[in-house]
Design a protein around this ligand. Sequence first.
Ligand code: AMP
Ligand code: MG
Length: 398
Amino acid sequence: MISTQEARDIISAFVHPLGTLTVSFENSLGFVLAEDIISEENIPSFDNSAMDGFAVRSEDCKTVPTVLQVIDEISAGSVSTRRMGQGECATIMTGAKIPEDCDAVIQHEWTEAINEREIKLLRSVVPGYNIRRAGDDIRNGTTVLEWGQNIRPQEIGVLASLGRRFVTVFRKPTVAILATGNELVEIHKPLSNGKIRNSNLYTLKSLVHELGCDVIDLGIGHDDKQELKTKLEHGLNADILLTSGGVSVGKFDFVLETLKELGVEEKFWKVNIKPGMPLFFGIYNEKPVFGLPGNPVSSFVTFVEFVKPAILQMSGNNMTNYRVQIRATLNNEILKKDAKRHFVRGVLENMNGNFSVKTTGTQSSGVLTSLTKANCLIHLPEEKKMFQIGEIVEVELL
Ligand code: AMP
Ligand code: MG
């Protein structure tokens, strides 16, 4: 059986970034940039005050204390039309343009008001003091944001400050999802004997939405080959097809054979992991197809570990640092009975600067609440079986 790393490598080798599209900068949050953003101006575009205080000529302020005449008031957004002569200054607000003759700003705390038109300066200043220079943040002609960079709120802010209304980004995949199983009932319908609500569809849809992708909801597919065929065929129009359930060796597990009949080429089936061992991955017309196991925790974990990286890669992500993994001290003993890689639901706590982690209790792959209690997955490597209290383990934040 292949390892987690081998499975990831196979997936990564078969998926590639989709094309690009141009979107309004406001809608670009969560996308990956598909162009360099080069500034056509200086930001800020003029020298301005970093403080509320007084704009002065530093040559007047060499010997202190000294008295200065206040001849103007400059608020943010306005400009002074006065020339500033010897011994003169202007009240200035943060962000306001520095008057032509001034070269420093003195904060209020360093002055004493004598009357409305005079201040006493208590400390000397050097030229440039409290002045934010034009181009301090961004210089005209420089590359501010780079191709391949993730667009977060701070990148949106930079685009706004540059007046860039449209940007070219990588397209994100549309994901079709089908939940399979005769036992599944739509969540708004009554539960009859032996049936369960179709929770996986909603978990998976949310995981996809969290990555900013659109979902084609294929609903429930019963364990009937013809029905599965029709629904899966429709799903193969999407950029990615995800199924849940029906990939094990049960008598009614028809998903794999139906996918293959439709022309999906198997790349692997079964990975040496727990939960989620029967994961299937195939390719149809260069599009990835994932058959996730039906157990709710298995489908969640296999999504996070294998589908999510594929979606990120297709969305143009450079795949460095996409997984937030840290080391923590184990707070309870874990005994593994097999040589699989385990993804154990855990609670990570920061104890005075040291991370400590414990499991959420029962790790049955049917117990979905093990995930609601968890804030991380503890990765237990294949070879090792016994994990003692106090050992250091790798933890992936959820
Ligand atoms: P399967 O992978 O089809 O053998 O299903 C494994 C287990 O997961 C069974 O107990 C199913 O009832 C359960 N299961 C399958 N699909 C879903 C679903 N969509 N929502 C919740 N549980 C499911
Ligand atoms: Mg089933």
